[in-house]
Every structure is written in C-alpha cells, then in structure tokens.
Design a protein around this ligand. Structure first.
Ligand SMILES: Cc1ncc(COP(=O)(O)O)c(C=O)c1O
Length: 374
C-alpha cells in the first residue's frame, strides 16, 4: 500500500463543484486582480478570525515583512523568534533588514519558550514572532504579557494553524497582526501561492494595502511599494475551501488521535504533545525518534515501505549552510531543544482525506520498525 503525504487532488475532487463555480465566476467577471472575489474573500477571512481587517497578499512570507514595514521595523531593530520553524519566518525578518534573534523552543510543544523570550530582550528589540508550529498555538498569553511589559509588537506567524485556538484565546486576538500562508501544503491552501494578514489595527491594514499594490490606493498616485497581491482566482478557490476548514481540521485531529493511540506503546518515539484547552489543528503530525542517529534510517524504512514520511525541519535555521549570509542574527542562550527537534523530527502523512486503512498501515509500519530496534 502507498500512503501519500498530501491529499490535494482528493480534496479537489470532494468539493470540485464549489471550486469550479468560484473559478467560473471570476473568469466571467472580467476582473482578476484586486477584483470583487478578493474583496469577498478578505471579508470572509476577517469574519472567520473575528478581526476588523484582512489583507490578501502574494504569499505568507510577504505578509510578515509587509507588516514589519507597516510598523517601521527595519535596520537596527531586533525581532525575536525560534530557529526551529520554516525558513521564511527568519527570512521575513532579514528582508525587512532587521536582526533575527533566535531563542529556544519549549521541549514539549516545540513552540517558542516565553521564558527564553524575556531573557533575549535588549533595547533594540521591537517585535516577537511566535510561530503556531505544526498547528498548535504558542503560549500567546505569556507572550502578550512580556510584549506589554517591554512595549513590543507581536506578529503571529500562523502559516500552519488556521482554525487553531489556545486556552482562552483565539488566533489574532492577542497580537498586532497575524500572518498566514495559503500555499497548497497548508491546512487552507490554494493551487499555488498566496497569503494574508488579519488585524484589528487600521494603520497596519491601510499601510499594507498600499504597500502590496505599488504603494497605491488610488489610480496613478504612488509611494514606494511592491507588487504582492492575492489574485482573484486564488481568492475564489480559498473562499470555497474556507467553508470546510473546521471540518477538515476535525478530521486532521481524528487522524492525529488515531496515530497517538496506535503508537503510544512504542519505545523509540516521542509523540506530539497537545496542551490542555488548546485546539491543535495538526498541519503536521510530528513524532521524534528517541535517538538522533535513528531518524534517517526510520524515514528511509517508511519510504521504502511506500509511506511518504518527511522531516519538518531537519536543519535549524542557524545551521543552514552559510547562515546568516551577512544578515543580522543573534542566538540568545542555548537553543538545544530546537536543535534536538531538528535532529529527531519525523512527519507522518496527515491530511483530512486519509482513510483508516492508510493511517493503520502507517501505524503498523512504525511499530514494525520500533520492534526491530535493540
Ligand atoms: C511557519 C511558516 N512561516 C512562513 C511561511 C511562508 O509562507 P509562504 O510559503 O506562503 O511564503 C510558511 C510556509 O511556507 C511557514 O510554514
């Protein structure tokens, strides 16, 4: 049996009529960039998050650095994040010209450790970017407290956690802005690239709206800006998919629960840790091998058995060749939890359209490998 890592085509087939109808509507409208479908989707996205504003942009990375630019964060400023995240979190800091400050993650959730954040703050610190890694919210209450105490901005990197919430807080509730990505791999993904930010801050909304459109919100009138727009075809696809995101996340949680129940007796894995009161939406289901030297052999065993297991992210950002490429970077204290995560992480296939046979096949192959270890 083969088990794929993604279910994009299955998902398309399941809601083909809704996606096709929206694509047709855009094609027939004659308006493909900054048109009515984008406006509609931005309204739906803001409503979904309970925010006043949503701005569609070209991708999730742009959503982060356009927000920095709107807030005046750039050269000479420090932004705190974690080194065990997708590269783009730090890349956005560098694109803005700021210094990336890496602090360690919590050993269980793998999200940024608030205690380490406070210790890394200097007079140059301007912002914190917590990442809702793998689909579980960072400890936003603790982060907000630190940010208030030190007068820092908080920008949530929610590329992986649409539909997640924490214990008593929603995504986008405790931050200045929240960036998300709609690249196809994400829980809410289009057939290509795009992203958005959601915010209650009118200044950020107005500034990013201009910046994404060549510095213009009025025909022929420009200031410095970029081209980073979410086009209407993608907005139409996302509008159709947004209606299903909660049900899809429920399915992700169901498969995650089945993996956890099936693997809990295994000796060689650490399973994902879900915080009480949090809704983890399992963008990724990550287990860790107990020993770093086991990891690559385990992934190869799964791949050889038709299971498309991967790693997210097996090279921490500060360990990428040549890092930091002359850009500003600082590692604040030990980041050993993040490094351990990079060395041991294994991503099992998870997507809503999996079936029980596939999940049980993955579990049985994991257990077979586990039993074969000394
Ligand atoms: C945590 C995280 N941040 C940022 C991004 C960047 O998003 P994009 O690829 O849309 O630029 C991604 C995904 O790609 C991500 O996983």
């Amino acid at each position: 049996m083969k088990v794929e890592f993604y279910g994009h085509v299955r998902q398309y087939h399941n809601i083909k009529s809704e996606i096709d109808a929206n694509i047709k509507e855009v094609l027939e409208s004659g308006q493909y960039v900054m048109g009515p479908m984008l406006k509609r989707f931005e309204g739906e996205l803001a409503k979904y998050h309970g925010t006043t504003f949503a701005v569609g942009v070209g991708n999730g990375t742009d959503a982060i650095w356009l927000t920095f630019m709107a807030l005046g964060i750039g050269p000479g400023d420090e932004v705190i994040t974690q080194p065990n995240t997708f590269f783009a979190t730090a890349e956005a800091i560098w694109i803005a010209g700021a210094t990336a400050v890496f602090v360690d993650c919590d050993p269980k959730t793998k999200c940024i450790d608030p205690a380490k954040v406070e210790a890394a703050i200097t007079p140059k610190t301007k912002a914190i970017i917590p990442v809702h890694l793998y689909g579980q919210c960072a400890d936003m209450k603790a982060i907000r407290k630190i940010a208030d105490k030190h007068k820092l901005y908080v920008i949530e990197d929610n590329a992986q956690g649409i539909g997640a919430h924490g214990d008593g807080f929603k995504v986008a509730e405790l931050s200045d802005a929240t960036a998300t990505s709609f690249i196809i791999q994400k829980n809410l993904g289009t057939f290509g690239d795009s992203g958005a930010l959601v915010t209650n801050n009118e200044k950020i909304d107005t500034a990013v709206r201009k910046l994404r459109n060549h510095g213009s919100n009025q025909r022929n009138v420009h200031s410095f800006g970029f081209n980073s727009r979410l086009d209407d075809l993608h907005a139409g696809i996302l509008s159709a998919k947004l209606k299903h995101i909660d049900a899809w996340n429920d399915l992700r949680r169901k498969w995650a629960g089945r993996y956890t129940a099936g693997l809990k007796g295994a000796k060689n894995f650490t399973l994902p840790s879900e915080r009480n009161g949090y809704r983890h939406v399992y963008h990724l289901y990550i287990i860790e091998t107990k020993k770093a030297q086991q990891r690559d052999a385990f992934v190869k065993f799964l791949n050889d058995n038709g299971i498309d297991a991967k790693t997210h992210y097996s090279i921490a950002i500060h360990h990428q060749a040549g890092s930091p490429w002359g850009k500003g970077a600082r590692i604040a204290g030990s980041v050993s939890n993040a490094e351990q995560n990079a060395a041991t992480c294994v991503s099992l296939p998870i997507f809503p359209e999996l079936n029980e046979q596939e999940v049980d096949h993955v579990i049985s192959k994991c257990l077979e490998w586990d039993n074969g270890q000394k």
